[in-house]
Design a protein around this ligand. Structure first.
Ligand code: AOF
Ligand code: ZN
Length: 355
């Protein structure tokens, strides 16, 4: 009887945690470098009496957002996808507010990886006599905050890469024609994906060949010899732009030039990736041709691969990943499958690096 009751409670917490994750997603694109967090508060009858989420960097945390809407939270249960914070940052500790408001039970999704919190939030709550339950739905909570986790654990920028190919893995014909391989449906999804990342990154070859606008607040171009034209190319029309190049450092209105070391006639990608992190760019979406995609592969955490129901033959077309030829299947780069979404007639497969 008791274990049946516990099971029902657990199912209820999983459902509420999913709701927290959905609420948290409203902050996509606005909370970086902070995590995506959602919160639900229940009264002692199990009814939802408040919800909240972290909407914008520097503003209230999810727990504060939910609790400040309530006059009385005594005896209530608070569900949140991340351990409540215990530190004075842009706002006072959420754990203190939870205690002050008389919350009886806290259900959390994952421990905070920020070393300023890392278990201290949970301890503070327990020390105050609050029942702490979790982690609940930990894998989903970690997936939601994969950027935040990479930033704190590895002290590195999260790198995602998007490519759109024919069934035989081609991104353009041999003479570079690529408009369009995927449908408007798929391309609308690409715009949504871009908005999830702090910056998008491409190469001078893509800028010169396709002259894309790539609408985004922050764009990065790898342009070793400064071949792109700041007056002519659409990418320079808006946003903040970082140009990694071999020739100069400097600033010109919205453009920042970063002189970058070169190896094998190519800009050093590890320098670029480190510089992104030290410039406060916590996540980046690479959208380029096969050569740059190939160079970035060792750094890629997540791959968005759109496939259109089109075929080019073996000897025509450019592949999505350039690089050295690999002789054995056992030497190839292995990815871990995450999920598939349909944007008819195209398919989006999402993979993560498995290591
Ligand atoms: C958030 N939103 O809902 C929660 C966070 O920059 P600060 O001072 O607001 O503090 C950010 C840290 O607070 C963040 O790294 C994480 O450890 C913790 N929790 N942050 O931005 C939230 N719950
Ligand atoms: Zn907090």
């Amino acid at each position: 009887m008791i274990s049946y009751k516990i099971q029902i409670m657990e199912q209820q917490y999983v459902k509420l945690m999913k709701q927290c994750i959905e609420l948290a997603k409203s902050g996509f694109g606005s909370v970086s470098p902070n995590p995506l967090v959602g919160c639900v508060v229940l009264n002692s009858n199990g009814e939802i009496i408040s919800t909240g989420y972290h909407a914008k960097y520097g503003e209230n945390h999810a727990e504060r957002d939910a609790l400040l809407k309530l006059d009385d939270a005594r005896g209530c249960t608070l569900v949140v996808n991340l351990e409540p914070c215990s530190h004075y940052g842009k706002t006072p500790p959420c754990a203190d507010l939870i205690i002050e408001k008389g919350i009886k039970t806290v259900v959390y999704g994952m421990r905070d990886v920020n070393s300023l919190v890392a278990g201290n939030g949970l301890k503070k709550l327990q020390d105050a006599g609050i029942e702490v339950i979790g982690p609940v739905l930990e894998d989903e909570c970690k997936k939601l905050n994969e950027v935040f986790i990479k930033n704190h654990v590895k002290k590195q920028t999260f790198v995602a890469l998007k490519t759109a190919t024919t069934i035989d893995g081609k991104i353009a014909t041999s003479n570079g024609d690529s408009k369009w391989i995927t449908s408007e449906n798929a391309r609308a999804k690409v715009r949504e994906i871009r908005a999830m990342y702090d910056a998008i990154l491409t190469s001078s070859s893509t800028v010169i060949a396709d002259n894309p606008t790539m609408e985004h607040k922050c764009k990065i171009i790898l342009d070793r010899e400064l071949k792109t034209d700041t007056n002519h190319h659409n990418i320079y029309k808006n946003g903040k732009i970082f140009v990694f190049n071999a020739l100069k450092d400097g600033k010109d209105n919205n453009i920042i030039y970063i002189k970058t070391p070169v190896t094998d006639n190519k800009l050093k990608i590890d320098f670029v990736v480190e510089k992104l992190y030290s410039s406060g760019i916590m996540s980046v979406l690479v959208e380029a041709g096969g050569i740059l995609n190939g160079s970035f592969l060792p750094y890629v955490d997540k791959l968005y691969h759109f496939t259109a129901p089109k075929i080019l033959s073996d000897n025509s077309g450019k592949s999505c990943f350039g690089g050295k030829s690999i002789e054995k299947i056992s030497d190839c780069i292995n990815l871990e499958y995450e999920k598939t979404e349909l944007y008819p007639p195209d398919i989006l497969n999402i993979y993560n690096k498995s290591f």
